[in-house]
Ligand binder design. Structure first.
Ligand code: GLN
Length: 208
């Protein structure tokens, strides 16, 4: 079956995600309005600027529908700013805070690795993905500094004082601090398409 995966297209790197999904044979849909979530099997929240994305989402009436999406147990993947938006708790936010969607039981530090000039690339050991390490691109990237018991760490890097977690999965929620859509390696997208297909199969099984 072909899964339909939405990519939140308010701001940031959504076109790159769409291209990766198409290469994997999934149906990719740009999401800008709440009603566009209907009929989708999975959703990607891309990287960009979490404050801007959150404000635009608020203005366009998307925050509540996105919260509902996440809490209903449908698959969602946040990359970078998307990971921040999915976090239950964030530190290093703009004054006055920012709207978060939440659902992922972690605390993120929004600009853990510093500003733009501190963007970097590194090889990550990602046993869950198979086929050796993954070349990860970090751009003003957040890191997970605390996580609840239901959260599996999928990748870590050396942080300022200790190792920090940069990829996690909690049931149907996947989050990566880096940008797999800017590489040529399809493995993270493959994992998400698989999560989505599996969730869909379970759903169909239950309702049928
Ligand atoms: N740190 C940025 C933020 O707060 C995210 C950067 C990114 O998505 N590349 O939104």
């Amino acid at each position: 079956m072909t899964v339909s995966i939405g990519v939140l297209a308010l701001q940031g790197a959504f076109i790159e995600h769409e291209a990766m999904l198409r290469r994997l044979g999934a149906h990719a849909v740009q999401v800008r309005r709440p009603e566009q979530l209907a009929g989708l099997h999975g959703l990607i929240i891309p990287g960009g600027e979490s404050t801007t994305m959150g404000l635009v989402a608020e203005r366009w009436g998307l925050v509540e529908p996105l919260r509902k999406w996440v809490h209903s147990g449908r698959p969602v993947w946040g990359t970078c700013a998307g990971m921040i938006l999915l976090a239950d708790r964030a530190v290093g936010q703009k004054e006055g805070g920012q709207p978060l969607i939440g659902g992922l039981d972690v605390t993120v530090n929004r600009n853990y690795f510093g500003r733009q000039n501190e963007s970097f690339e590194t090889w990550l050991e990602t046993p869950g993905l198979g086929n050796g390490p993954f070349r990860a691109i970090f751009i003003r990237a957040p890191a997970i500094i605390d996580a609840g018991p239901g959260v599996d760490a999928l990748a870590r890097v050396a942080g300022r004082e200790q190792e920090v977690v940069v990829a996690v999965r909690q049931d149907h929620i996947l989050a990566t601090a880096f940008h797999p859509e800017l590489t040529n390696d399809l493995r993270w997208h493959e994992l998400f398409v698989e999560m989505t297909a599996q969730a869909e199969a379970t759903e169909v099984g239950q309702s049928g």
